[in-house]
Write a protein that binds this ligand. Sequence first.
Ligand code: PMP
Length: 280
Amino acid sequence: KKFLVNDQFMDENEVKLSIYDRGYQFGDGVYEVIRFYNKKYFKLKEHLIRYIESARKIDIDSALDLEQLESMFEELLERNSIDNGYVYTQLTRGTAPRSHIYNKEELKPQLIAYVEEAKRPLELMEKGASAILHEDERWTKCDIKSLNLLGSVLAKTKANKDGAFEAILHRGDIVTEGSVSNVFVYKHNKLYTSPANNLILNGITRLTILEIAKELGIEVEETTISVDFLLSSDEVFTSATVSEITPIIEIKGKSPIGHGKPGEMTKLIQTKYEEKIKQL
Ligand code: PMP
């Protein structure tokens, strides 16, 4: 497997990372996950723009610009033999003796990227999954795709222990997003999702679904969703790059959502999403 480290391609055993990398010691960095299907990226530019924007929001100036990143990521795919999967990439602030205070003059941001094989989760998308409700205990800059993932790690692991696929997070009464996904609710012929503010990551899949809704003429409201509203909705689904669109058919310990099976609107949006993949 070939890795990208800054602007160099190398084998895994050639990759040398420091214990003093601020990503390792402070989670001081940002990341992205980008899917490719049949060796073609899905929404590469959108992901890279968000990556650069996340880095900028935490005051990391990468030497790399959008065009350079695009061409290096294309080359990464060419140098690896995987057809379907995703690229994981992270950019840390760099390496320096441990101190909370950073000094940009002394730091060189470190980028790594590698590919991982991943099939489309067809069975999950068809059958749907259950979720738990979990208090959103993360910080209030969730629009940044930060390496600090403790809130998500704890919530997703709790879901897994409870036999559920995802943890749907809420701040008090307000649903924000999933631990690793965005949340959509369909009720009375209208699609709802949380507004893209500081409390959620504006998912690229979320944006693609909004694009699909527009194309289909589905009425959408980007507005705050209460826990009760979600529980009494007709359909719920989550969206994320790797898992795509997952119907949520049950909230553990509560009643099923709608009829307890994937809803018609969810299925229609899944179909349109698949069409966009096939158009690549
Ligand atoms: N919200 C959170 C907290 C996430 O971790 C993710 C996926 N990484 C998403 C939303 C979905 O984002 P995307 O559709 O860009 O993968």
